[in-house]
Design a protein around this ligand. Sequence first.
Ligand SMILES: C[S@@+](CC[C@H](N)C(=O)[O-])C[C@H]1O[C@@H](n2cnc3c(N)ncnc32)[C@H](O)[C@@H]1O
Length: 408
Amino acid sequence: MPGDTNDAVRASLHEHMAWWGLRHIESDAAYFAWQREVFTPQELDTLHRSIEAKRAAPHGSAADIAFYDLTARPQSVPALYSQRYEYYLEVGSRIAGRLEGADTILDIGCGIGLLTTFYATHCPGATVVGLDRSPASIALARHRAQDLGLTNVRFDCVDLDRHHPVGRFDVIVATHVLLQAEQDPGLPSSDWQSFARAADAQAQQAFEQRTGVGPRLDRLCGALGSQGRLLVFEKARQLARRIPLQRALAARGLGLLAPPEPIRYRSIEETTEDGPLFVTGCAFPSQVLPWDESPEPDGLPPLRVGQLRSVPVDPDQPLYENHGPSAQQAWLDLPAKQVVNQVTKKEADGRQLHVEWGWAGAFVYLYCANTFDQRQLVVIEPARAALVETYYQEIAGHQPGGGRDVVQ
Ligand SMILES: C[S@@+](CC[C@H](N)C(=O)[O-])C[C@H]1O[C@@H](n2cnc3c(N)ncnc32)[C@H](O)[C@@H]1O
């Protein structure tokens, strides 16, 4: 989308959100003060309990519907949904920019229809359908569409886990709805030194079933026109979730029509890196991009041991620290490495953890890696070697849920 068009879409989305009563709030203090103005302490307590119940419940549960019903009360919407202001802005503007040429658009899991009504306004020539399983959300969406005078949008209460969407669509939008099982860590890598996942049909099937993403995609594919596009934006930034989501899309014949786009936005003061936004469709292999299963570049500086100082500028900081995937290469590149102690163990949840410390020439290092793609390398000066050893003992000795050593 050219810059000017994008600016125009964003400006119109700001206006749309203002119409819904949303405000762009930048501080937690201001946001919580607003909540306290709008809700009684009992109401806030009920909300928090509902959030906890939703988190603890399996993906298809009544607790999830109850939560979204609770948040869809008209008087609650501005003070609750303003938390997602930047999410709507960043995601909604990108999606709107990809609706061109579509005559029929489905927004699955449309919630209260805040973005759906925007898409309908943005594409007046298209017929837009919003589906959600929260009855209160759908009721509010219908009212708001009427208030906006929209005649090209329809909202229906449908649970995608039980029913197929009716109709065929040129574009299906699925944002924060297919892979909402936030606690699900995804698929572990083959071992702690690898980011790769073997093609394990059973593990993939188990992931798709327990998160619900497989059956949901099957139903959506049935509603996608032959030249249709499925736009997917989920909480799948971690490789362990991104890879099985990509494989689930690919297994249904959906190819990548544009480079995936990670999106960064703030929820008041907290920055979230989310997505990526996948633009997919059933196209000839020559028209699609390959699915990439490697970790995103983390942009962290490589380790150059020759350039390390002998004492840190800040005595509380290491000489070098890397918490990204590139820590693995930095660890492999450590010169004259002498391991003093190491352990590789399997934790109760199945993940494999490796931790080691040792010498790299004149420096001391600590390295941790696990099969959920976490990597951490710390390099410090010899004077603090005892500290590294203490950290090592803490991590190596820590056995959550009764982990056991497999290598010593
Ligand atoms: C996090 S909200 C996202 C709303 C909207 N898509 C957005 O991007 O802002 C998730 C929505 O998906 C709906 N949802 C979750 N599972 C669903 C299902 N199986 N069928 C229909 N709606 C579902 C929920 O009721 C909720 O309104």
